[in-house]
Design a protein around this ligand. Structure first.
Ligand code: NAD
Length: 292
């Protein structure tokens, strides 16, 4: 069994990005610049956005954090998005989700220029992804592809089962694993909350990608011997053994499953660290294009 070390791979990618930024600078080209919009004071969102801004600094990008009160109107937020779309200095824009209930997040996502949509959530970019046209890929699924690639895990002809159909993880993941590319070329089964006899399906998976948000949901009796297990879930639970009083659990019962799997991602330190690196990679590509 091999543990897929997302923390290590993520550091390697960020070093590669920092080198690319140095190269751009030495040629007198533009330094990539990411703008992040944060609405309200949701603690988790604040933490995620701060981590993204810090990561930008670490690789030599410029970043701008724009914060609004919870009561900003949808119209005013759209005006800001439009302003950033037209700002030649800014290459990538993310609007941290979730947004307050009075703001339609689909309308905001659609308002972001597809050329600056480094989260890869715009319908045009989702369409391009499905058609295998180079574009910004959603960061978490892209991070999983990159982990699979860097560990040389063979995917062609394999049965990949994805649990969860969210727009940010499960749905794009299922498309990416089925595309005619490497990694890809899998036979994919996408499962969700209405799936009947889930265990019968997961037991047939060569590659199992789990993104449902239920701590330790997948147990060893649900997987095939030698399967590759990718755990996307993050649930914070109380713990009397940590200093903070909290710990993070994945959707997979790691200790129960690890010896039955061929490859497995830990939580934390697996998929999570890859997500920010992929956002940085998308921001770099918004300057260099998709060929490099
Ligand atoms: P979501 O809540 O939007 O979607 C959950 C999906 O799971 C839904 O499609 C639902 O149909 C499915 N589901 C629920 N119960 C099920 C069941 N019993 N059987 C089969 N399917 C079931 O979640 P999300 O945004 O995709 O996130 C999933 C998990 O991944 C969460 O724990 C989230 O915190 C984590 N996450 C991690 C990262 C990362 O960078 N590591 C990024 C995004 C999300």
């Amino acid at each position: 069994m091999t543990i897929l070390d997302g923390k290590k791979i993520s550091k390697e990618i960020q070093l590669e990005i920092a080198k690319a930024v140095n190269k751009l600078n030495s040629k007198g080209k533009k330094t990539p610049h990411l703008a992040a919009i944060l609405v309200g004071n949701n603690g988790a969102s604040q933490t995620y956005v701060n981590a993204k801004v810090t990561a930008c600094k670490n690789v030599g990008f410029k970043s701008t954090l724009i914060q609004f009160d919870n009561n900003i109107s949808e119209k005013d937020l759209l005006i800001k998005v439009d302003e950033i779309n037209r700002d030649k200095e800014i290459d990538g824009l993310i609007v941290q989700l979730p947004l307050p209930d009075h703001i339609n997040s689909i309308r905001i996502t659609e308002a972001i220029s597809p050329l600056k949509d480094v989260d890869g959530f715009h319908p045009i970019n989702i369409g391009k992804m499905a058609l295998n046209i180079p574009t910004f890929l959603p960061a978490t699924p892209a991070g999983i592809l990159e982990l699979i690639k860097r560990y040389n895990i063979s995917t062609s002809g394999k049965h990949c089962v994805v649990i969860g159909r969210s727009h940010i993880v499960g749905m794009p993941m299922s498309i990416l694993m089925s595309r005619n590319s490497n990694p890809g070329n899998c036979t994919v089964t996408l499962t969700h909350s209405r799936t009947v006899n889930l265990k019968n399906i997961t037991k047939k998976a060569d590659i199992l990608i789990v993104a449902l948000g239920k701590a330790e949901f997948i147990t060893s009796d649900m997987i095939k011997e030698g399967a590759c297990i990718i755990d996307v879930g993050i649930t914070r639970v109380r713990s009397k053994y940590t200093k903070s009083g909290w710990k993070l659990l994945g959707d997979v019962s790691f200790d129960d499953i690890k010896n039955k799997s061929s490859y497995i991602t830990p939580v934390p330190g697996g998929v999570g660290p890859m997500t920010i690196s992929m956002l940085l990679l998308n921001t770099l590509k918004s300057v260099t294009g998709f060929d490099s």
